[in-house]
Design a binder for this molecule. Structure first.
Ligand SMILES: *Cc1c(COP(=O)(O)O)cnc(C)c1O
Length: 369
C-alpha cells in the first residue's frame, strides 16, 4: 500500500447526480429537473435571509432553537424531539449513520430517492431493494425484504421520482408489521403537495411509536432549497442518537431565520399547493392524451410527474428533444429508469410550454401512416 485506501463501501457508492441547470449548448433554459418551487420564496423569508448579513461573524445557534420552536408551535410538536440539518439530506444521513453499519441491511424501493442508497453505503450497510408495483411503493414487497439484519427502511411519501403516494392505511400496515428493532424513516419532502392533507399518518406514528422518524424540508414548498434547512421528528432516544453525529453548525443563521419566516406564511402554502394541483392535473391529462404514442403519466401527489415512454418516442430522445427546445427535465437511467422522465410542475407558462414541446416531439417521432 503506497497511498491511503478509501473504504471499499465508500468506493461502491455511485455519486449523486444533481438536476442540471444548463443545456448541452449552455443556453439559458427552463429548469424542471429539481422539483423547486416555480413561484420562488415567501417574501418574508427573503427579508429574514437578508437580515443575517449583519451577523456574519457569529456562529449560528447550534441548537436551532428558533427553528425548533417555530416548528413545534406550527405542528404541535415537542421541540426536544426535533432534529434538523443541512437539508433533510443530512437528516437522512444522520439516521443511517446512527442506526446502521457493516453487516446491517437498509431497505428502500427500486424507484426510490438516490440519497438512501448513498446514506446506507456510507455506513458500510448493505442496500436491499424492494420491487415496486407499477412504479408505486409496494408494502408487501418491502415487508418481504425484512430480515433480522434490517435496521432501517426508507420510504418517501409521496415518492421521488415516481410521485406516487401510499395512503395512510398502507403506511400503518407497514409499520404494524415491522419488528421493533427496525427504524422506519418516512421522508415527507413533498408532504405539503398532497391533495387535501399534508400527512400520510406518519407524523402521528412519529409522535407515538418508538421506531418512526419523519423527515421534512424547507427546500420544496417553502422555496428555500439554496439555504439547506431540513428537519425530522421521532422518539427522543432516536433523536439523541442522531445528535451525537450531527455537525454542530449545519444550519446557517440566514437559513434558520428564513425558515422561521417562511413557516409563518400559511397563505403561501395554500396558494402554491392549489396552483401545483391545478397544473399537475392539467399536465397529467395532456400526457394521458398522448397515450396512443405510448406516453403514460404516473399519478402524482407531488410537484412533479413521472412520464413513462412506451412507444416510438423514447425517454432519452424526448429528454434531448426537450433540451433542444430549452426545457431541462430529469432523465434517470442511473436509477433504473431509462424509460422515464421526471418533469417538475413549473409556472403555468412553463408547464404549458413543456407539454407543447413534448407533443411536437411525439408527432415528429410517430411513424407515417
Ligand atoms: C428534495 C428531496 C429531499 C429534500 O432534500 P433537502 O436536502 O431537504 O433539500 C428529501 N427527500 C426527497 C425524496 C426529495 O425529493
Amino acid at each position: 500500500m503506497n497511498a491511503p485506501v478509501p473504504k471499499q463501501w465508500i468506493m461502491d457508492i455511485a455519486p449523486y447526480i444533481p438536476g442540471r441547470s444548463t443545456t448541452d449548448s449552455g443556453a439559458k433554459a427552463v429548469k424542471l429537473s429539481s422539483n423547486e418551487n416555480p413561484l420562488g420564496t415567501p417574501p418574508a423569508a427573503r427579508e429574514a435571509f437578508l437580515s443575517a448579513a449583519r451577523d456574519l461573524e457569529r456562529y449560528p445557534d447550534a441548537s436551532g432553537s428558533i427553528v425548533r420552536d417555530a416548528l413545534a408551535a406550527r405542528h404541535g410538536l415537542d421541540p426536544a424531539r426535533i432534529i434538523y440539518g443541512n437539508g433533510s439530506d443530512e437528516v437522512l444521513h444522520l439516521a443511517a449513520g446512527a442506526f446502521s453499519g457493516p453487516g446491517d441491511e437498509v431497505i428502500f424501493v427500486h424507484y426510490g430517492f438516490a440519497v438512501y442508497e448513498i446514506a446506507a453505503r456510507r455506513t458500510g450497510a448493505t442496500p436491499v431493494i424492494a420491487p415496486d408495483k407499477d412504479y408505486a411503493t409496494d408494502v408487501d414487497a418491502i415487508l418481504a425484504c425484512v430480515t433480522e439484519r434490517t435496521r432501517i427502511i426508507f420510504v418517501a411519501n409521496p415518492n421521488n421520482p415516481t410521485g406516487t403516494f401510499a395512503p395512510r392505511e398502507e403506511i400503518a400496515r407497514l409499520h404494524a408489521n415491522l419488528p421493533a428493532h427496525v427504524l422506519l424513516v418516512l421522508d415527507h419532502a413533498y408532504a405539503e403537495y398532497i391533495d387535501g392533507a399534508d400527512d400520510d399518518g406518519g407524523m402521528e406514528l412519529a409522535r407515538t411509536a418508538p421506531n418512526v422518524l419523519v423527515t421534512r424540508t424547507f427546500s420544496k414548498m417553502y422555496g428555500l432549497a439554496a439555504e439547506r434547512i431540513g428537519w425530522g421528528y421521532a422518539a427522543e432516544p432516536i433523536i439523541q442518537a442522531m445528535h451525537r453525529i450531527r455537525l454542530p453548525f449545519s444550519m446557517t443563521i440566514a437559513g434558520q431565520r428564513a425558515a422561521v419566516a417562511a413557516l409563518a406564511d400559511e397563505e403561501w402554502v395554500t396558494r402554491c399547493r392549489a396552483d401545483n394541483a391545478r397544473l399537475r392535473r392539467w399536465f397529467t391529462q395532456e400526457i394521458a392524451a398522448m397515450g396512443n404514442a405510448g406516453l403514460r403519466p404516473i399519478p402524482s401527489q407531488a410537484n412533479f410527474v413521472l412520464v413513462v415512454f412506451e412507444g416510438p418516442l423514447t425517454a432519452e430522445a424526448a429528454y434531448k428533444g426537450l433540451m433542444d427546445e430549452g426545457y431541462i427535465v430529469r432523465w434517470l437511467p442511473g436509477q433504473g429508469l431509462p424509460q422515464g422522465l421526471r418533469i417538475t410542475i413549473g409556472t403555468e407558462e412553463e408547464t404549458r410550454g413543456v407539454a407543447a414541446a413534448l407533443r411536437r416531439l411525439v408527432e415528429r417521432a410517430a411513424p407515417t401512416r
